[in-house]
Design a protein around this ligand. Structure first.
Ligand SMILES: NC(=O)c1ccc[n+]([C@@H]2O[C@H](COP(=O)([O-])OP(=O)(O)OC[C@H]3O[C@@H](n4cnc5c(N)ncnc54)[C@H](OP(=O)(O)O)[C@@H]3O)[C@@H](O)[C@H]2O)c1
Length: 319
C-alpha cells in the first residue's frame, strides 16, 4: 500500500485508511458479543494484511463499542500498537439533545474515555468531530496544549470544517491542524462544486470557502468519509435515489469491467485521482468489499474517465 505524510505531521500513513465506525455493530448499551469481537478482528486483520496502518474512530461510534472492540487487537500482540496510527474524534454528544461540545472539559473527558476503551496511552491524531457553533477557541487551545504536553495526543485535526473555520481555529492553536475529514464521494461532491460553479447562476453551491484549495495551501490532508457512498452506486441502490444514481452505477460497473476490477475500486480511485491527495477511509465491515476497495491502488483514471464519472455522479454536465 502506498503511503504519504499526514499534513505537516511526521506520520507516514497509508494512502487508504480504514474507518472503524461500524465494527461495534450497534448503537445500544448491550455488551459486545464474542461474535462481534471476532468479526471486528477479522476485518481489522484484513486491513492490516493489506498494508493499512491508519484507523479512524470516534468516541461515539457504536456508543464506544467500536473503540472497545478495536482494543482486542492488542491482546497478545502489544507490538501492533507501535506499528499503526490511531485517530479518534470528540465533540458530539447524542443527548438528548443531540449537540456539539468543544469545551475544555468535554475534550479532556472524551480523550480520557477513548484512551480507556482503546487500551492505549496515546492517540496519534485527535479530531474535533463537527463544528461547534458555541466554540471558544481559547478553550480548545488549552485542552490541546494539555493533551500534547502530557503525551496523550500527538497530532490534532478537525472534521467537517470549512476553510474559514480552519483559519479561525488555527489562529488560537499552538499545534498545527494536520487534517480535515469531510464527506466526499462520487455522489457527494459539494467540495468540488463550489470551485466549478463560481459565478454561475446555480443553486447547488454550498459555501465551504474553497476548502480544497485552503487545505492544499496549508498542507492539511483531506480525508474522505463515506467514500463508498454507502454502496449506493456499487450494488446497494438507495430507496428513492435521485434518477442519475442508476446511470452512475452503470458507468461505474462498465468501467470496472473494462479495467477488470470491482466497482468499489473505481469510486475509490476517483477520489485518489484528485491532486489534493485526499485519503479515503472506507468503513465496510465486509472483508471482500474492503479488498475490492483496495484494488483502487492499481487503477489509473484518465482525465476523461475522471470527468465522465464526475458528470455522472453530479447528474449534470460541466458548466
Ligand atoms: N467525520 C464524520 O463526520 C464521519 C461520518 C461518518 C463516517 N465517518 C468515518 O468514515 C468511515 C466510512 O464511512 P461509512 O462507513 O459511513 O461509509 P462508506 O465507507 O462509504 O460505506 C460503508 C457502508 O456502506 C455499506 N456498503 C458499501 N457497499 C455496499 C454494497 N455494495 N452493498 C451493501 N452495502 C454496502 C457498508 O455495508 P457493509 O459493512 O455490509 O459492507 C457500510 O455500511 C467510517 O467508518 C468513519 O470512520 C466519519
Amino acid at each position: 500500500m502506498k503511503t504519504q505524510t499526514l499534513g505537516t505531521s511526521d506520520l507516514q500513513v497509508s494512502q487508504i485508511r480504514y474507518g472503524a465506525m461500524s465494527i461495534g455493530r450497534s448503537y445500544d448499551n448491550t455488551p459486545l458479543t464474542d461474535s462481534v469481537r471476532q468479526s471486528a478482528l477479522q476485518i481489522l486483520h484484513t486491513a492490516l494484511d493489506a498494508g493499512i496502518n491508519f484507523f479512524d474512530h470516534a468516541d461515539i461510534y457504536c456508543n464506544g463499542k467500536s473503540e472497545k472492540a478495536f482494543a482486542d487487537l492488542w491482546k497478545g500482540a502489544q507490538h501492533l500498537r507501535q506499528q499503526i496510527y490511531l485517530q479518534t474524534k470528540c465533540g458530539i454528544l447524542f443527548g438528548p439533545p443531540h449537540r456539539f461540545d468543544f469545551s475544555y472539559e468535554h475534550i479532556i473527558a472524551s480523550v480520557k474515555g477513548s484512551l480507556k476503551r482503546l487500551q492505549t496511552d496515546y492517540i496519534d491524531v485527535l479530531l474535533l468531530h463537527r463544528p461547534d457553533p458555541l466554540v471558544e477557541p481559547e478553550e480548545v487551545a488549552q485542552a490541546f496544549d494539555e493533551l500534547k504536553h502530557s503525551g496523550k495526543v500527538r497530532w490534532f485535526g478537525v472534521s467537517n470544517h470549512t476553510a474559514a473555520q480552519l483559519d479561525f481555529l488555527q489562529k488560537y492553536l499552538n499545534q498545527p491542524i494536520v487534517t480535515n475529514q469531510v464527506e466526499f464521494n462520487l455522489v457527494h461532491t459539494q467540495m468540488l462544486d463550489e470551485g466549478i460553479l463560481f459565478n454561475q447562476n446555480n443553486s447547488r453551491i454550498t459555501r465551504n470557502e474553497g476548502v480544497i484549495e485552503y487545505c492544499r495551501l496549508h498542507n492539511i490532508t483531506l480525508q474522505a468519509w463515506a467514500p463508498l457512498a454507502n454502496g449506493w452506486i456499487t450494488g446497494n441502490p438507495q430507496q428513492n435515489a435521485p434518477e442519475h444514481f442508476s446511470a452512475t452505477a452503470e458507468l461505474v460497473a462498465h468501467m470496472a469491467k473494462e479495467k477488470d476490477v470491482h466497482p468499489e475500486a473505481i469510486i475509490i480511485a476517483w477520489i485518489l485521482r484528485h491532486p489534493a491527495h485526499i485519503q479515503p477511509l472506507p468503513g465496510t465491515i465486509n472483508s471482500k468489499r474492503l479488498l475490492a476497495a483496495f484494488e483502487a491502488e492499481h487503477v489509473n483514471l484518465t482525465r476523461e474517465e475522471w470527468f465522465s464519472l464526475f458528470t455522472a455522479g453530479r447528474g449534470e454536465t460541466m458548466p
